[in-house]
Write a protein of this length. Sequence first.
Length: 121
Amino acid sequence: MEVPRCETIAIDEQRAAEIGHVVETIPTNEIGKLFKVLSDATRLRIAYALTVETELCVCDVSASVDCSIATASHHLRTLLKQGLVKYRKEGKVVYYSLDDHHVSSLVHLAMEHVHEGKAAL
């Protein structure tokens, strides 16, 4: 598919400068890390599982996303380090949940976007 292009160069210098100042304030490293963490299929499935059920222990996460307990633990640790999940300990069991509604919203918005795209095909 060919990408449409302008046939002439006509830059609105003032508009470009204003937008440039706004764009410079974006914390691209942090946002990039967030999307990189969620780009892994297993971590995305774990995040989605945690939108379906408010909190899950590692064993339930493992069974829900069909991976080993060690793999689930590894991915949960990565999600925890990035601030996407939190945990609470009850006796010997550790329960994980999404850190806040923003993470849940990101996962749901991505799912909606993909489903809308497929419906349009």
